[in-house]
Design a protein around this ligand. Structure first.
Ligand code: S3P
Length: 441
């Protein structure tokens, strides 16, 4: 089959330096925010994946001109409340929950109906989490049980809200911030800690947003209807893409890897903090501040001395997209690893908590689950000889890539379906894996 990868051999030791493509969260935010800036913004190193290209197509549909240049994307922002919508506009958010949820906030001030649809995986995901605050602003969203297709009818007379976001979801937070920008007056959000790229970008424009940091929550005050100028932005490398190579190196023999120019915003580095506690050798150098984001180079070495972790749920949001890999490493660690309150994992592109447990059991690892908490009984001598076929995972890109890392480090004969799933977040994944010496067909 064309869309399958077969791996029969673990990767040979490697010592390499690589770059990963631009951060997906920041790429999507740059496109959406540039669409409401005034004038031409230029975005460099934008991730060229389906999720981001769907963001480009989405803003085009609401009247924003975007032009792909050799090294950048130009976005001709129309200012707040400047969108032009044709009758019967339908926007396809594809696979991206981030795009669909943030787009609802961006469009909350448009008083014409827009239909938002997505692929099979996105059509199973919950939108009530953003419909609730949007309704409070005065935006109408029609859906069936909070699921796609969605019809949004905004208003140019929204009212500011006070809202408590307690899932630790940056998508919900960003949706509310974008809607607050469309609203006259001051919106207050008490938001459980989550990635803060939207706030950092807005702060960098001198947008009137104020953030008070408490231990578990950020108190965000944002004034609406403040026009801001276009901007230039150079998107740093995506730590969620780097994570696959961090795991590959840790689980390989006698290897080391330097990943250059990665975004190491503390709200995204849960994987590094967790893996270091598990004895992984990870070093960060060349730290720099870029428009409020921190970037750096990540150096990793193979490890044969991994230990289990009792993982503090305070890392859950910071590592939310990396748990598939963290579980894989826990499978090779000495001892029983414990993870708690991971219900949000089942709300992703696929039910990742359920599927991880299935995966770990398939490779012979004992897993104990109690509601949203799991215990993984690690086996440092784990070596596989059987045949494994990874299929029916709702084309979840991160399950595909995690399975490739497992196949390249644990042994056995693997067939992994739905290779094209990587196009949503990381089209260059297999090219980089090949560069590191992996053999696959
Ligand atoms: C994202 C936030 C996270 C993450 C997703 C990207 C973002 O989702 O899982 O891949 O760009 O805001 P939640 O905010 O729903 O946890």
């Amino acid at each position: 089959m064309k869309n399958q990868i077969k791996i029969n051999k673990i990767i040979n030791p490697f010592k390499k330096k690589i770059y990963v493509p631009g951060d997906k969260s920041i790429s999507i935010r740059c496109i959406l925010l540039a669409s409401i800036a005034t004038g031409k913004s230029e975005i460099f190193n934008l991730l060229k994946s389906e999720d981001v290209l769907n963001a480009v197509n989405a803003v085009k549909k609401i009247g924003v001109n975007c032009i792909k240049k050799k090294n950048s994307f130009e976005v001709y922002g129309v200012g707040i409340n400047g969108f032009h919508i044709k009758k019967n506009t339908t926007i396809n958010a594809g696979n991206s929950g981030t795009l669909a949820r943030c787009l609802l906030g961006l469009c909350s001030g448009i008083d014409k109906e827009i239909k938002i649809i997505g692929d099979k995986s996105l059509s199973k995901r919950d939108f009530l989490r953003v419909i609730k605050p949007l309704n409070l602003f005065g935006t109408k969203v029609v859906s069936k049980n909070g699921m796609m297709p969605l019809k949004i009818v905004g208003s140019d007379l929204l009212r500011p809200i006070n809202y408590i976001e307690n899932k630790g979801s940056a998508q919900i937070k960003t949706c509310i911030i974008l809607s607050a920008i469309n609203t006259n007056g001051i919106t207050n959000i008490k938001a459980k800690k989550s990635r803060n790229h939207t706030e950092l970008i807005l702060k960098n424009f001198n947008y009137p947003i104020n953030i008070k940091k408490n231990k578990k929550y950020d108190l965000i005050k944002i004034r609406g209807l403040s026009q801001f100028n276009s901007f230039n932005y150079n998107v740093p490398g995506d730590i969620s893409s780097a994570a696959f190579f961090i795991a590959l190196t840790i689980l390989s023999n006698n290897s080391n890897l330097l990943i250059k120019d990665v975004n190491i915003n503390p709200s995204r580095t849960g994987i590094i903090k967790i893996l270091k506690k598990m004895n992984a050798i990870i070093k960060i150098s060349n730290r720099r501040n870029y428009k409020g984001e921190i970037t750096g180079d990540i150096y990793i070495e193979s490890s044969n001395n991994l230990k289990s972790i009792n993982c503090d749920p305070k890392y859950n949001s910071e590592a939310i997209d990396e748990f598939l890999l963290i579980f894989l490493i826990a499978a090779k660690a000495n001892g029983i690893s414990k993870f708690r309150n991971l219900g949000e994992l089942n709300k992703k592109e696929s039910p990742r908590l359920d599927l991880s447990i299935k995966f770990l059991k398939m490779i012979g690892i004992k897993v104990y689950r109690n509601q949203d908490n799991i215990k993984i009984f690690g086996n440092p001598n784990l070596k596989l000889n059987n045949k494994y076929h990874i299929k029916n995972f709702l084309k979840d890109h991160r399950i595909f890539m995690m399975s490739i890392i497992a196949a390249l480090t644990l042994g056995g004969k693997w067939t992994v379906d739905d290779k094209d799933s990587i196009n949503t977040s990381f089209p260059e994944f297999l090219t980089i894996i090949k560069k590191l010496g992996a053999k696959f067909s």
